[in-house]
Design a protein around this ligand. Structure first.
Ligand SMILES: [Zn+2]
Length: 645
């Protein structure tokens, strides 16, 4: 059922004559955003129009979505109505919509979302699917500057089913390892899937495409980093789901009715850059208030301890970031345990973040991974992994919460300049640890969750390089993680040291105030620092050049070998046997990388899953569970060698 128009076409008839109804005026192309505003805190409602440079809030696109999840959970339908205004100065002959879930599966030739039909409500147009991820709306006359159109699109989709055995940290580590030899990237990381009874729906609707250099982007490009929209929009949705489901979404719940065994949930979200639905019959929820904001953690019943921990971390991180960066714009924040696979640690959406299930669950010591762990020292290795897990969970959660500022409140171009939000989110997670536990703990966890990405990359023979590059330009996932997540964050440490805390944190606030509800340029942060302290301009810009454009990673971050990395992981508790065993992994991994066979080799080991990295476009090979035969052979050889030690 579609959302009712705020302007019934026959309303005029009641005031005039019945004849007006016989020849109704064209449906209005504008909508009333007022009913969506409860999702914003009062300060944000007030600040939004001027900050976003909008005369009216209905200049933002509105996605009005009716989403129905079929019984049996594997299929869904979307009745979408999009209200779009041409905010540019030139007429637009066409409007390009993107179904990003289909872009993510390009490599396999699969399109999980099927375009059924489309039409314009506001006038004649054609709505045509140009490729699985591209839908082109072409009105009869170009859309004039300031003019709006309403288009209706019907979609049918299906959800992947993720086997429960995959959402375990060791299984995910092995999956990443098995991808080392594969070239082509694919998969959507469980973003449009059901796993462990949790339904995850992201990138499932037709979103207004990106404008790059005055043109619509149609190309899916590389698969490193986040797909999806970077621009602000308004969303209202009606979700039709089994009544037993706990539901978490971007935006707030405006109403809920239950009939028979189904529920109908009405959702509104203002000024959001994306929209996501997470739901499940067994999800449990814990809640805490942080000032005006309600923070919720949703988790599976068996993962309650971790779910409570996530709530504590998310609430503490939000409080810390509000103090450091300024107020958070939405009235609530949901953190959801999600069946993420393919190496993704977590994914950010406005007002909602997901954290991979693998961080909530104890390591499962079966299969190839269990065998390897057994050979690496059995109980000792498991214990080390068990000790690492809470710290990893904490770091990933803080990273995802930080995205509410970096890419949420302050927008950035996640395809062309992925460092802008990712490096800041990494740095912010370390800042949260510092503010909560002190500098030493922060440094230690940053070594493990940030620096190790860079050092692992170097150890596996990949060269250093500039941080500020488009996601598609990074030749493999290892370099993307190593440089964007591993090196980029340390720019902010260097700037902080150069400027001193007082100036530096004033600049952070200025950066947020300047760019909230907009898209920050790559120089935005350093510009804010220079505005705070002009005398330091040459020094700050020099540091930005050094860290973002040049290659001094080995000098700045130090080289590492397996033993020193292990030392970091184990906190100095590794036995000599285990050290020896892990040291062998380096050359073995190197061998695997070199077997790449034409395609860009890529991937990462268990410790290299980039924490909180957004949907990491790791390559295929692990999408069906086990390692591919080549990798299995190498792993068996590895196990044999380890066994003979
Ligand atoms: Zn991230």
């Amino acid at each position: 059922m579609r959302w009712k128009s705020a302007f019934p076409p026959c309303l005029a008839a009641l005031l005039a004559s019945a004849a007006a109804c016989a020849q109704p005026a064209p449906p209005p192309a504008r909508y009333d955003p007022a009913q969506l505003l409860p999702s914003l805190r009062p300060w944000a409602r007030e600040a939004l129009p001027a900050a976003a440079r909008l005369q009216r809030l209905d200049q933002l696109p509105l996605y009005s979505l009716t989403v129905s999840l079929a019984r049996g959970e594997r299929a869904f339908s979307v009745a979408e109505e999009l209200w779009f205004t041409n905010n540019e100065r030139a007429p637009m002959p066409e409007v390009v919509l993107r179904v990003y879930a289909n872009a993510a599966r390009r490599a396999q030739g699969e399109a999980p979302v099927r375009f059924v039909s489309g039409r314009c409500v506001t006038g004649p147009c054609t709505v045509r699917q140009e490729s699985p991820s591209v839908i082109v709306v072409r009105p009869r006359a170009p859309l004039a500057p300031g003019a709006s159109l309403r288009v209706v699109v019907d979609l049918q989709g299906r959800l992947d089913e993720i086997d429960g055995s995959r959402t375990n940290i060791l299984a995910q580590g092995m999956e990443s390892l098995s991808m080392l030899g594969a070239g082509e990237s694919s998969g959507d990381y469980g973003l449009l899937a059901v796993g462990d009874g949790v339904v995850s729906m992201a990138n499932f609707y037709a979103a207004v495409g990106r404008r790059v250099g005055g043109r619509w982007e149609r190309n899916d490009g590389g698969h490193a980093g986040d797909l999806g929209s970077d621009d602000l929009a308004n969303v209202r949705a009606v979700l039709d789901l089994p009544a037993s489901y706990t539901v978490a979404t971007t935006g707030v719940t405006l109403g809920r009715t239950v009939a028979n065994d189904r529920q109908r949930v009405e959702v509104g979200g203002a000024a959001v850059r994306d929209f996501c639905v997470m739901a499940g019959a067994t999800l449990r929820t814990s809640t805490r208030r942080v000032g005006e904001v309600e923070v919720r953690s949703h988790y599976l019943p068996n993962d309650q301890a971790a779910g409570e921990r996530v709530l504590d971390v998310a609430a503490a991180a939000l409080a810390d970031f509000e103090r450091r960066f300024g107020p958070y714009p939405y009235v609530d924040l949901d953190v959801v345990e999600a069946p993420l696979v393919g190496g993704a640690g977590g994914v950010e959406f406005p007002g909602l973040v997901t954290v991979a299930s693998m961080f909530y669950k104890p390591p499962q010591m079966d299969g190839l991974a269990g065998g390897l762990m057994g050979l690496l020292g059995g109980g000792e290795a498991t214990q080390a992994m068990g000790q690492m897990m809470p710290a990893m969970l904490e770091f990933v959660t803080a990273h995802e919460v930080a995205h509410q500022y970096w890419h949420g409140l302050v927008g950035s171009d996640s395809r062309l300049h992925p460092f802008v939000d990712e490096s800041l989110a990494q740095w912010s997670a370390a800042l949260y640890l510092e503010d909560r536990y002190g500098a030493e703990r922060s440094r230690r966890d940053a070594d493990l969750n940030i620096r190790m990405n860079y050092q692992m990359m170097r150890m596996l023979g990949r060269p250093d390089g500039p941080v500020d590059r488009p996601a598609a330009v990074f030749d493999d996932q290892l370099r993307y993680a190593g440089i964007v997540y591993g090196k980029g964050p340390y720019l902010y440490n260097a700037l902080r040291e150069a400027a001193g805390d007082e100036v530096f944190f004033r600049a952070v606030r200025r950066y947020v105030d300047t760019w909230r509800f907009r898209t920050a340029p790559t120089t935005g942060f350093v510009d804010a620092l220079v505005a705070e302290h002009g005398a330091g301009a040459a020094r700050y810009r020099g540091l930005a050049r050094r860290w973002l454009q040049e290659s001094h990673g080995d000098d700045d971050l130090g080289q590492a070998n397996m033993a020193s990395l292990l030392q970091g992981v184990m906190g100095g508790n590794a036995s000599p046997e285990m050290q020896q065993a892990i040291e062998m992994l380096g050359p073995m991994l190197q061998g695997l990388m070199n077997q790449g066979g034409g395609g860009a080799p890529s991937g990462g080991g268990p410790q290299r899953i980039p924490p909180g990295s957004g949907p990491q476009r790791l390559p295929s090979g692990g999408n069906h569970g086990g390692a591919d035969p080549d990798v299995q052979g190498v792993m068996q050889e590895l196990l044999r060698q380890l066994d003979s030690q």
